[in-house]
Design a protein around this ligand. Structure first.
Ligand SMILES: [Zn+2]
Length: 419
């Protein structure tokens, strides 16, 4: 049996006025996904336990069959894995966004989708001035700081600590910058152990960046500058049982986003990088489809993650979200469905990781709709893939990490519940 998982990141939403009171899934033309839904099962699954923050880190772990309450340690260590940065037992990874702030508000958590070529020199400036050994203080133990350039606005800080001395802890609170659009920064600064260090690094980045050549050039082009860095998502390296041991299947991951690639790396999926994919609305959808079909030859499970619907939601752009969904249907789901037919036994799972609503432009808790279709999945006679169809489904998975075991089991679903 061949298995394909397609993740339209953040696609689950609520009805919006600009789409005539429909959700993006309802407004989009999705002939391939709808035909899979009609032949299979549309259900609801909840990938984010209430006490964790709804984001792709927690939700992707759930979706791939790992209980985030057991294994989640933070977002940044997952990205460190994708970036090939080893973390020792006393080391913490911290996400270092390049952001644009105006009038004290979080105007843009991507600094105008700054390119990696522009972000690199800014992160190297952080390393040159703020990196290296730091002495002990009341706020944090002694250690060493390393700033690492990543992709676009997504960069990393590593705190290398000494045995037994932890700079941060469960009391350290940091704020995902994408969850506070247009809100005053001062209300969302880090608090708790190590917060003084994080606040001071962010403050110092302002003067470092203000007259940097990269920002001068962006200013001249009328682009948003990276006015400072924003530190959040701290954590130590998680310990994850390999997917091949836990589920007895060999997997491959296709994603343009380090966070999702990192989860793949840590569970032992083969990482497949597709040229022309961007983690944004302009990604090469068809290339992802082609690489997934190629990967099916050598893997039991192929997972294709597409960030675009989530990015469109963060921009509050309903039309772009609909377009992203239609491109996923045409360029990824259609060709993969056709290729799967040649394998005889196959199964496909389509599901977002979490909800990202156009109205709030932020991630949200709550169950997401999924489709499971293919061999051994008797149809439930549902009309298509939408939030409202899923909300009436007899298949509800309260703890999202349990869906993977059922998806890979002989028959699906394991049991039906009253809606
Ligand atoms: Zn998002």
């Amino acid at each position: 049996m061949k298995y394909v998982i397609i993740i339209p990141d953040g696609c689950a939403d609520e009805p919006v006025q600009s789409l005539g009171g429909r959700t993006p899934l309802e407004a989009a033309r999705l002939p391939h996904i709808d035909s899979l839904a009609k032949a299979g099962v549309v259900g609801l699954s909840n990938n984010v336990p209430p006490k964790l923050t709804p984001a792709s880190d927690v939700a992707t772990l759930s979706l791939l069959g790992y209980d985030p309450l057991q294994v989640y340690t933070g977002r940044a260590p997952l990205e460190a894995a994708a970036m090939g940065i080893p973390l020792g037992p006393n080391d913490w990874a911290i996400r270092c966004n390049l952001i644009h702030v105006s009038e004290g508000k979080m105007t843009d958590f991507t600094a105008g989708h700054i390119t990696s070529e522009e972000g690199g020199p800014l992160v190297r400036a952080l390393q040159q001035t703020l990196g290296g050994p730091i002495p002990e203080s009341e706020d944090h133990p002694a250690g060493k700081l390393e700033f690492h350039p990543g992709v676009s606005y997504r960069n990393l800080l590593v705190f290398r600590g000494l045995p037994g001395a932890q700079p941060f802890g469960s009391g350290t609170k940091t704020q995902p910058p994408h969850d506070v659009p247009d809100r005053p920064l001062k209300d969302h600064l880090p608090s708790g152990p190590g917060a003084g260090l994080l606040r001071s690094l962010m403050e110092k980045s302002k003067s470092l960046f203000s007259n940097h050549d990269v920002n001068r050039a962006r200013r001249a082009k009328g682009l948003r500058e990276a006015t400072q860095c924003w530190l959040w998502g701290q954590g130590v390296a998680p310990s994850l049982e390999p997917f091949a041991t836990k589920y007895r299947k060999k997997g491959a991951m296709i994603s343009a986003v380090d966070l999702v690639r990192g989860v793949g790396c840590l569970i032992g999926y083969r990482r497949i990088d597709v040229p022309g994919t961007t983690g944004y609305l302009d990604t090469d959808y068809a290339a992802k489809g082609r690489y997934a079909i190629e990967a099916l030859k050598h893997h039991d499970v192929v997972c294709v993650h597409v960030e675009a619907p989530d990015e469109a939601s963060h921009e509050g752009n309903a039309a772009a979200k609909v377009e992203a969904l239609e491109r996923i249907d045409t360029d990824i789901v259609g060709p993969i469905r056709e290729a799967l037919a040649s394998y005889g036994d196959w199964r496909i799972l389509i599901t977002p990781d979490h909800r990202t609503t156009l109205t709030t432009r932020a991630h949200a808790h709550g169950p997401v709709p999924f489709v499971v279709s293919g061999t051994g999945v008797p149809g439930l006679g549902q009309s298509g893939y939408t939030e409202s169809v899923a909300s009436l489904s007899p298949v509800c998975i309260g703890s999202g990490h349990q869906l993977m075991g059922q998806f890979l089991a002989d028959s699906f679903p394991a049991n039906l519940m009253e809606p």
